[in-house]
Write a protein that binds this ligand. Structure first.
Ligand code: SF4
Ligand code: SF4
Ligand code: SF4
Length: 286
């Protein structure tokens, strides 16, 4: 059963209690203090509750239909709007990344903002969700989104500086770091590019040669849950938006209305999807 929408807005809809939910668009899980305050005020004013969704949106529940216009105006005053619903490019979910997290390999919040500003709200054949995690042990499960980005660092060594202290061996979770004859060695077959050895090396002998993101497509978190396919194992920050643009072109060209990205990829095969996306001008220029 489809919920009744208010004035055709898919993010403002009737719930079982006969009242309305306003699902507020939030990008990268970030809100300004004044926005948080206003959400609380609106909830209090119109007798509603606030729910944090699993995808980092904030839902104001229990708003009577007659109060919706006033509530939406109050939210608009602080730059808040309903969104992230229906057949659209949804809000971008993100962890805090390198700005705040000690374990991060890459920046996330700024990237979420950039992707959100560029794509969120655009019509897509099916709902399209994006998740970003700042490291290869991601809290946000980016692999289970239609588009998933996982921060990575390619570590390199300056053997001159290495003292053989073994701190890198201690912090490496996958056994890719070792010390042989007093000098550190990286086993790139095992290395998942988390960058923890880089940030923990006391003398800067390990350094970041390159950072970027592992790029997943076609993941789904519902039933049955599916991990996405790995489109590319390393995408530089400046390539992310052009690759998303190309994915959307391929998806819109080939998918029937309502088709989720995963179904579309299955309908043509992942290798064919990858060929179409990566044979674009953007990729040729690499
Ligand atoms: S995904 Fe990684 S970088 Fe992001 S918050 Fe979790 S541990 Fe930190
Ligand atoms: S932590 Fe740095 S100095 Fe210590 S062994 Fe590893 S690379 Fe060498
Ligand atoms: S970057 Fe590679 S070698 Fe360094 S800690 Fe992470 S997995 Fe280990």
């Amino acid at each position: 059963m489809k919920p009744e929408m208010y004035k055709g807005m898919p993010a403002v809809f009737k719930r079982k209690d006969g009242k309305f939910e306003i699902k507020i668009l939030v990008t990268g899980g970030m809100l300004a203090p004044g926005q948080v305050k206003r959400i609380g005020e609106v909830a209090e004013k119109y007798g509603a509750e606030v729910h944090i969704t699993v995808r980092q949106e904030l839902s104001i529940l229990g708003v009577p239909e007659g109060k919706l216009e006033a509530a939406l105006n109050d939210l608009k005053e602080v730059g808040l709007a309903p969104g992230s619903a229906g057949m659209t490019f949804r809000n971008v979910v993100s962890c805090l990344g390198e700005e705040y997290c000690f374990k991060a390999a890459a920046e996330t919040i700024g990237l979420a903002g950039e992707i959100g500003e560029r794509f969120t709200g655009e019509k897509t054949p099916g709902p399209l969700k994006v998740g970003i995690g700042g490291c290869p042990f991601p809290c946000t499960r980016p692999q289970f989104n239609e588009i998933g980005l996982m921060g990575r660092v390619r570590p390199e060594m300056d053997l001159e500086k290495c003292t053989g202290c073994e701190k890198c061996v201690e912090v490496c979770k996958v056994g890719a770091a070792s010390v042989v004859d007093g000098k550190a060695v990286i086993d790139y077959d095992k290395c998942v590019m988390c960058g923890r050895c880089v940030v923990n090396c006391p003398v800067g002998a390990r350094y970041t040669a390159e950072d970027g993101y592992m790029f997943f497509v076609g993941g789904r978190g519902s039933w049955p849950p599916h991990e996405g396919w790995m489109l590319r194992d390393f995408v530089a920050r400046e390539e992310v938006v052009p690759v998303i643009e190309r994915i959307l072109e391929v998806y819109r060209e080939g998918a029937k209305p309502g088709m989720r990205l995963r179904e579309f990829i299955n309908s043509i095969g992942f290798e064919e999807f990858k060929r179409r996306v990566l044979s674009s001008e953007v990729e040729k220029a690499r």
